[in-house]
Design a protein around this ligand. Sequence first.
Ligand code: HAM
Length: 413
Amino acid sequence: MPALTAIRGFRDILPKEADLWREVEEKARQVLDRFDFSELRPPIMERTELFQRTIGAATDIVEKEMYTMEDRGGDLITLRPEATAGMVRALIEHNLHEGGRATKVFCLGPMFRYERPQKGRLRQFHQLDVEIFSDPGPHADAEIIVLLRDFLAELGLTNLSIVLNSLGCPVCRPVYRENLVAFLEKRKGKLCPDCQRRLGLNPLRILDCKSEACQAEVKGAPTFSKFWCPECQAHFGVVKSSLSKLGLAHELDERLVRGLDYYTRTTFEVRSGDLGSQSAVAGGGRYDGLCRELGGPDLPAIGFAAGLERIILLLRAQKPKAPKGPDYYAAVLAPEAMESAFVLVQALRARGLRVAVDWAPGSLKNRLKRADKAAAAKVIMIGPNELASGQATVRDLLTKEQVSLPIDKPEVF
Ligand code: HAM
């Protein structure tokens, strides 16, 4: 019988990669601490209706990409395709917005979308999701973009660009939409079948359709910036000037409409020049109407999500790093040395050191090979001679220096 493999688009994160994952997650927590965020961990499954009502029934995610199933009680439930919907649901359910100040929360974890797998695109992928609730002002937008930039820059990523747009508000978006639809109606026959359908449902998405035919047709389309109301214009102006004050380069992309329906005003993406077609490392924006639409209070909100697989791909290409090995590898060279080695190893671990060991005794040559393979910094050798003298031989694998240290004094190691 052939051995089973993982599901297409679902990946194992192997031990040799896990160090880098941890580095990225730890950096995220460090930066988020500095910006005064707290962790909120919503469940991985939610009612299907939650995603339909937030992401939008006419989006690719809801129409084609969700892992939806009926549970044994007959309820329709879905593996979360993104985290924002669950974060908003949890905020409302637990009244996390009460207390008179902005609620700043993040979550880290797997998301699920039935997309065609390719480089940088999986069916189970991981996001760092960051959200600010109750802060309507443009400085919250700028702050969250600075946070994202700091996180990526401190990881050492380069060749990134920040792209911004504003999708307006309930005052100016309908006017723009009407003008856009009027323009596209005249070209309907030339649009791809998907966009012909989107024209009635979700016309803004046509602006970022990847099909060449649609791209050619939207070239002369009216641009949103001409339709922003004075409030949206002023809000976006402050976002841009705040970023400029901190020296953050950014560009306007009026085609940046994002694939989720809940956005209002500022939207943004961070793109990499090194990722090929799946170039978005992170994306987000403001979604001021969503809490109310979900039956909650009328709270403004802004957030983003960064794709951890894409960040890891970039880091691996930029700085291939040797995995960090243990501080010590304990080489037990004779059966009678096992007892002393066992006690010493646990004492070193109790001091916080990382110690690798093979309990079966082996030859010195074989054990040194194992230590090298484990990328250990030092080897502790305990054989008959060491037992007799009470002194373990400790070799630094980098400098090859060797010293003797008392087996019963773990504190001197
Ligand atoms: P999104 O643009 O759909 O936004 O996803 C954010 C990021 O997740 C993308 O930029 C990408 O790095 C990563 N990503 C998305 N799909 C995949 C995939 N199939 N494989 C690998 N990585 C992927 C959202 O999810 C919004 N919830 C962001 C947000 C938060 N807006 C406001 N708050």
